[in-house]
Design a protein around this ligand. Sequence first.
Ligand code: ISL
Ligand code: CA
Length: 535
Amino acid sequence: MYRWWHDSVVYQIYPRSFKDSNGDGIGDIPGIISKLDYIKDLGVNVIWLSPVYKSPNDDNGYDISDYRDINPEYGTMKDMERLITEAGERGIKIVMDLVINHTSDEHPWFIKSRQGHPEYRDYYYWRKGKNGGPPNNWTGFFGGGTWEKDEHSDEWYLHLFSKKQPDLNYHNPKVLEEIKDIMRFWLDKGIAGFRCDVINILFKTTLDDGKNKLILKGSEHYLSQEGNHKILQTLRKEVLSNYDCFTVGETVFVTPEMARDLCGADRGELDMVFSFEHMETDQIIVKWFKRKFRPKRFFKVISKWQRELDWNANYLENHDQPRSVSRFGDDDRYWEKSAKMLAVLLLTLRGTPYIYQGQEIGMTNFDFVSMEEIRDVESHNIYKIAGDLHFPKWLKWKLIKKTSRDNARTPMQWDPSENGGFSEGRPWINANHNYTRINVANQKKDTNSILSFYKDLIQLRAASPVLRKGTFKPVKIGRKVFIYEREYLGKKIKVILNFSPRTRRVDLEGNVLISNYKRGVLDGKIYPWEGVIVG
Ligand code: ISL
Ligand code: CA
């Protein structure tokens, strides 16, 4: 059934790095409110807001210590309510980040649990150690083990992420009751749904040792388990179905079959999911070991997901991924052309497009030179593990430089002033020095800018039922050129993308609806890094 969010374009805001309004170097909610007209002008109608809840910021808000209050660094609950209202006045809905696989270890539930409080002990997984070590052999998402010993009780608690992010125990029905109340609390404030953090690993069927493998040992005991489906079905039935809202699940290691299972009309647990396979084509097993980006491999994965899943959540970057123009395009000689070409891909696929803050102006990977500038707990964990494995310093930095999540977390670049106009104070993380060249102010008035091109594409998509509702059919998956066709009620649109710095022949003619080169007709050639829509 067609819903309003099928027509939406979503803009993701990472609040810590978006806009600082009070000079403390930390982005905040009043800062976001001050930029609502900019977001409206871009043409998007949903904001996905990464966590703003109370948190000690071990994982920048993905470690929540109070789900019903706002991190004072970001503002107050009044500010949050004002954001929902003022966004609504501009026709923009707010989607919050629902992080329910784990809480912060500073959440009152965990504090009481750790103290052995009978009501809360079983909110988490506590187990005796084995042979003086942890209860099992599982390994975590941030590298290393997944158990932290608590001297007080001589037991260990489970954490698939950092040790300050203890996993909630959904075998205890009280936990799900708490989550339902939290979701109703926010939906009653008028938000339009949730981006659901690692939503397919909630239920740990057993805590048995995992099979021997290189990463995430033990994941066979918690990845997309039946208990997970039951949780999502309950949340859909008892909470979400009572509101006009949508959910997009972040589902690690999901396959198209799992995704159909999660989003299929019959089960209808989630409305759409972020998959990762297209983000894994330039890595070797884990993202820290890169291999050459091969466009053809990338196109094949994109095409597979377009064909095998009716509705995708399409993205090329987010707060966990490197910047797409640096990773899939050319952030040097063909910076503008390749950023625009990637925009054509994102906004012409079937599914809901998600634009990450700064992507619309072609922000690039950071220009940091050492670990002193890195803020990400994941990066520091990996750097330490590489050190324990006696990797030389140059290799440790090489692992981090291209893959650190901080590549996407440098301050949004608003203008050429100090720190890109993000803050009057010293930012919590260094700005990229290219803010003098790459910023909103330089691009707003330039009809040829990446920002203007995103606006044009978003408008084109809004006016085109073919792009919003049409089918997807691959026409050519070449080594560097990707051609596909969208079709709806007999109307066809072709998209041609050149992931290379060379002009190439394409045996296609037609009227150009939009291209990152100014031209009206397709003349059998596609230019360097060209993205063109022919209708
Ligand atoms: O880093 C990643 C992208 O390749 C993933 O391993 C990511 O850590 C994983 O998908 C989970 O991400 C989500 O949960 C984490 C949080 O650190 C991430 O920011 C969030 O997107 C724990 O809450
Ligand atoms: Ca601030």
